[in-house]
Design a protein around this ligand. Structure first.
Ligand SMILES: Cc1cc2nc3c(=O)[nH]c(=O)nc-3n(C[C@H](O)[C@H](O)[C@H](O)COP(=O)(O)OP(=O)(O)OC[C@H]3O[C@@H](n4cnc5c(N)ncnc54)[C@H](O)[C@@H]3O)c2cc1C
Length: 427
């Protein structure tokens, strides 16, 4: 006798957890199947490897209450304690021929030109309706490399480096490979504000995102960890799932809330088709790498950007030994996180005074159940498939930050898609 439920949810990240909890609360029978041995997916707080006793986030962490309203509501629902992100007090923008160290990231002589460039970014972002899907809006001329797009705007040097650094950080790939359209989509989602994107690094959960994901998981009646789904075979009135070690489940609806770059390992019957199938087969290009670097001898509130292999390196938390834990962003193709000499050189590029105590990270690209950190399309992908990545395929529905229309790449996007699939299933 095959187990049977109304809804099977695949993946217990924020999207799958919220969908499973809310569908269960509406009285449906729901099973949540998670391949890993823990919930949370790319929201992953755990004890620091370099500073025992300190909780760190090796995945998603920051949010802004105004833009990320669903996440703020979840935080409030479970009374999760939060705190402001470490404020930036000293900016170092390191680039040849001259460095810029100051309390403001751009020098006064660039203010007017910087304003012009920001205006152009906002003007182009205004062509985007962030709810409509990037493939539906005649935007191919913006789906070019962020490098070429910025060159055409001709920003002054410090402004240019600052933009390139943050784009590399936010896109998880070099500006040459990242799509300018995806940058503009983020600006459009954050109320057409460039600063809105940067200022969304505003607040964090004091004891880690795990406090929230575990609280949601406690309200999911049937959660099965260590159970990877392999195949989804649709019949007329149900879907047969194969999962774990030769286990089977029958569900009226399935919510696939697994990362986009894992979907090519799922056997869909009938198979996915059209541009969505192409993008699933190719995988998106996000390769972002977040390193937590424990240092001594560095002032609180430091924010570095520039021409190093870490496009951004900034303050995160105080360490118990009086030092600081910094976040260094780069991408997995540009950097080997196991190379301690390379880490030292990359930190010293900005902070020659730093003494490195140790480094901590999670290699999301190598994680078999994630395969990539956060979604960042290759040039040309978003204008082929964006909204359509999340469209239902018969009785199979798609959730997760990677297929979010409004906030792709953010926890908020994962929560947004949970609401969408719930509405789809409820008809
Ligand atoms: C380093 C890093 C920094 C980030 N920074 C931020 C930030 O500051 N702010 C922010 O908002 N967002 C940030 N993000 C993005 C954010 O963490 C993610 O977008 C969000 O957590 C994704 O949630 P999800 O539910 O869509 O997917 P996931 O959290 O990836 O959950 C998917 C789940 O599916 C499971 N799974 C995969 N395959 C299968 C299978 N076959 N069967 C069963 N289960 C399966 C996985 O194990 C996983 O648990 C960051 C991400 C990373 C990696």
């Amino acid at each position: 006798m095959v187990d049977s439920v109304e809804v099977a949810v695949v993946g217990a990240g924020f999207a799958g957890l919220r969908a499973a909890r809310d569908l269960s609360a509406e009285g449906r029978s729901v099973v949540l199947l998670e391949a890993a041995g823990r919930v949370g997916g790319r929201a992953y707080s755990r004890e620091s490897a370099t500073d025992p006793g300190t909780t760190v986030e090796v995945g998603g962490a920051y949010f802004h209450r105004y833009h990320h309203a669903r996440l703020a509501a979840e935080v409030d629902r479970y009374n999760i304690e939060t705190q402001p992100a470490a404020p930036f007090k000293v900016f170092r923008n390191r680039l040849a021929p001259g460095d810029h160290n100051a309390a403001f990231p751009i020098p006064p002589e660039e203010f007017l030109e910087a304003e012009r460039v920001l205006f152009c970014l906002i003007r182009d972002a205004r062509r985007i309706d962030p709810h409509a899907g990037l493939e539906n809006q005649n935007l191919k001329d913006l789906d070019i490399s962020a490098h070429d797009y910025l060159n055409a705007l001709n920003p002054p040097p410090v402004t240019s480096q600052l933009l390139r650094s943050w784009i590399w950080n936010m896109m998880g790939q070099r500006v040459e490979d990242a799509s300018a359209l995806w940058v503009l989509q983020l600006i459009a989602s954050h109320d057409y504000s460039v600063l809105g994107v940067l200022l969304s690094l505003d607040e964090v959960m004091t004891s880690g995102t795990g406090t929230l994901t575990n609280a949601i998981a406690n309200e999911v009646p049937d959660l099965r960890l260590g159970e990877a789904v392999h195949a989804l075979h649709q019949q007329a009135d149900w879907v047969d799932l194969a999962y774990g070690a030769e286990r089977a489940l029958r569900a009226e609806h399935v919510v696939v809330a697994a990362p986009l770059n894992c979907m090519r390992e799922l056997r869909f019957e009938p198979p996915l088709s059209g541009p969505r199938a192409e993008v699933v087969a190719e995988g998106h290009g996000g390769r972002g790498l977040k390193l937590l670097i424990h240092v001594q001898g560095v002032p609180e509130g430091i924010s570095c950007t520039g021409d190093g292999v870490f496009p951004t390196l900034y303050d995160y938390l105080p360490a118990t030994d009086g030092g600081r834990i910094l976040v260094g962003f780069t991408d997995r193709d540009s950097f080997d996180p196991a190379d301690s000499d390379a880490i030292e050189a990359a930190v010293h590029h900005y902070l020659p005074e730093a003494v490195i105590v140790g480094t901590d990270y999670h290699d999301w690209c190598a994680d078999p159940y994630v395969r990539a950190p956060w979604v960042s399309p290759r040039i040309g992908q978003a204008t082929r498939a964006h909204k359509s990545l999340g469209e239902p395929h018969g009785r199979v529905h798609f959730a997760g930050s990677d297929v979010s229309v409004l906030f792709p790449g953010y926890i908020e996007g994962a929560l947004e898609t949970a609401d969408r699939v719930r509405a789809e299933i409820n008809g």
